[in-house]
Design a protein around this ligand. Structure first.
Ligand SMILES: Cc1ncc(COP(=O)(O)O)c(CN[C@H](C(=O)O)[C@H](C)O)c1O
Length: 346
């Protein structure tokens, strides 16, 4: 495989910045199981402040943050209503059932964006003996497998108000909520206001090496701490990770628009390639999903041989994700490789 690979598989591949590495090396630490790690405490306080919440908890992965929230909001036998291609449905190893005894009730959104009128018919909140009762409404913003699509602020509020009008909690899988806020030119506190919990990732576009944060009320986070420990997520001197997380929070959201611009460039180049279908107008953030007339896994394998890493989502679907470690020059180089390999794929 050639040198200087262009890795567009995911924004999870981002490496910590030199500033993060230096902060990690010098981090003040303590035992976080005793809540004595000063850098973790600082990160959790800062995250709660940014989201306008009472508290937050640092977790090693977005999956763990999501599953802690699902467990706390539900009880065994309840249903969780989510979008049909949600991460919690397709990428979290059946943990809703395995850990929380819940089943997922999927609802197809428009390019991943749910509306309350779509959710309402899927609810079971009283008096039905043949269905599991609904226990939680689940939103994903941005929506990964729909192509990084953004749920607008008015719809976020519509879904929140709908859930609460039926006495249901609502959780946001906000792994890329900073991308959504950037695309909407708003802030995360406004975008997520009133959501009973929000989980967001430091380790994706925000470039931290590890970690996510779950935000909510003080009581919710107190209980989340116990569930995290039960899952084996109680960490010791994790301030080393939190030091990078603080930089991720302060420095990285302001540059996410660059990833969005690069993604749009890629989409415009892809749209010119024979055998590839994509509408660049559909690309709202840092995720580019396109259809191929030819075999996608074979195409991705050939791209790898030519120095571009991508993800085949199905026989005729490919995902590219832009991020800080791939600048516009690299993406222009990738565009040429994507075109040349496509010609051979025909
Ligand atoms: C919306 C959303 N919520 C949660 C997670 C889980 O985060 P981690 O458990 O990987 O930290 C992801 C990771 N997404 C990963 C990726 O995009 O490469 C894969 C698909 O798991 C996500 O996209």
């Amino acid at each position: 495989m050639p040198e200087n690979i262009i890795d567009l598989r995911s924004d999870t591949v981002t490496k910590p910045t030199p500033e993060m590495r230096s902060a990690m090396a010098n981090a003040e630490v303590g035992d976080d199981v005793y809540s004595e790690d000063p850098t973790i405490n600082k990160l959790e306080a800062r995250a709660a402040e940014l989201f306008g919440r009472e508290a937050s908890i640092f977790v090693p992965t977005g999956s763990m943050g999501n599953q802690i929230a699902l467990r706390l909001h539900t009880q065994p036998g309840r249903e969780v209503v989510c979008e049909s291609r949600a991460h919690v449905m397709d990428w979290e190893m059946g943990m809703a059932a395995m850990f929380s005894g819940c089943q997922l009730r999927t609802v197809a959104g428009q390019r991943g964006v749910l509306r309350w009128k779509d959710i309402e018919p899927a609810l079971a909140t009283s008096g039905l003996y043949y269905k599991a009762q609904t226990g939680l409404v689940w939103v994903e913003n941005t929506h990964n497998m729909a192509g990084g699509t953004v749920t607008p602020l008015a719809v976020m509020r519509e879904l929140r108000n709908g859930a609460h009008s039926r006495g249901l909690p609502i959780h946001l899988d906000g792994a890329r909520v900073f991308n959504a806020a950037t695309a909407l030119k708003t802030d995360v506190a406004t975008l997520t206001e009133g959501y009973d919990s929000v989980n967001f990732c430091l380790s994706k576009g925000l470039c931290a090496p590890v970690g996510s944060l779950l935000v909510g009320t003080a009581e919710f986070i107190r209980e989340a701490r116990m569930v995290r420990k039960a899952l084996g997520g109680g960490m010791r001197q994790a301030g080393i990770l939190a030091a990078a997380g603080l930089i991720a929070l302060e420095e990285m959201p302001k540059r996410l628009h660059e990833d969005h611009a690069t993604a749009r460039l890629l989409a415009e180049a892809l749209a010119k390639i024979e055998g590839i279908t994509i509408d660049p107008a559909d690309v709202e953030t840092n995720i580019v999903i396109f259809t191929t007339a030819f075999d996608a896994p074979a195409y991705v394998a050939a791209l790898k041989q030519n120095g571009v890493l991508a993800s085949a989502l199905s026989a005729h679907s490919v995902r590219l994700v832009t991020h800080r470690d791939v600048d516009q020059t690299a993406c222009l180089r990738a565009s040429a490789i994507l075109a040349n390999v496509a010609i051979e794929a025909h």
